[in-house]
Write a protein that binds this ligand. Sequence first.
Ligand code: TXA
Ligand code: MG
Length: 343
Amino acid sequence: MKTKYFDLSRTDGDAAFEECGEIIRSGGLVAFPTETVYGLGVSAFSAESVPKVFAAKGRPSDNPLIVHVAYPEDAERAAVTCPEFYELAERFMPGPLTVILPKRDVIPDAVTAGLSSVGIRCPSNDAAHRLIIAAGVPIAAPSANVSGLPSPTTGAHVLRDMDGKIDAVIDGGECDFGLESTVIALNGRRAEILRPGAVTREDLLEVLDEVTVNAAVKDPSAAGDRPSSPGMKYKHYAPSCEFLLVDARGDEFAKYVNSLEGKVGVICKKSEEDKFVCPIKYTVGDEDGVGELCHKLFGFFRRADDDGVERLAAAVPDDAGRGLALYNRMIRAAGGRITKLTV
Ligand code: TXA
Ligand code: MG
């Protein structure tokens, strides 16, 4: 299949959205930017078309998709809401939060992998918003990567994974945040974070009374065979090379990385790059290192593969605030293991 490519920095947006909205309405697949990562969209009402998303990604059919709406009120078209959903929406939507709610019958089982619940998300990215409006239906969309690879955060990443497999790609440049949305299971005034993202536990506590973090967020092995969020049981976000998440900082971390053999790459602060002898360094600045690393992490993983890195090393991040999202993606990319140095 020939994949149509719409570059929003060049094409007339209106015509592109009209065409892509029509593709979605008639059962096709369109990749689009959001403020988190790129999504691979399909009509959430089309039982026949949804399996094409799983096929394009090579995604296991037991891993549910989340449903994207243009306005929080449109959640009614897909899910059974509650007052707390609207309190959360008031504060965090549009934005990078996905709320799991009981699903309505119009949403086919193929979307939710047979679960009776559905994840609802109202993205703040303008292109995402315009596409959903143009389509006129809620859009079911997982991240637009081949299953197991890091989520795409640029149009080029999407083309790399999806060119020839889907109907169209809308390229809106780099995603703002760079990691996927916060996913929560909501129960009255209590919530459980199933996947951490830009909306943090502290943020959620401004609205809710109790917010817990699922054990698998920091320890993927805690997910078991039947995790609360099916996606947790899959190794994800990983570069193809070996990713080492090292429990050390500063000189100690540098000494360890410098002792590694093979073609080594490191993720480090710009101010510390001279400490590393390896040929390949992916750096972030010293100010807001967490925000910058969230934005760049998946791109670094993809570049490491392009650069032929055999072993990529990074220090364990601080898990406070948005750092928890970073910690979660990194520990999963590292196969659940933290490398501890013995002194
Ligand atoms: O930021 C995002 O959320 C991006 C953009 C495109 O919106 N989407 C995304 O979708 O990351 P995906 O499919 O790659 O991740 C959705 C996660 C999966 O881990 C899935 O298992 C979980 O949400 N999930 C979806 N529906 C669920 C449900 N009903 N119950 C529990 N977990 C669910
Ligand atoms: Mg994904």
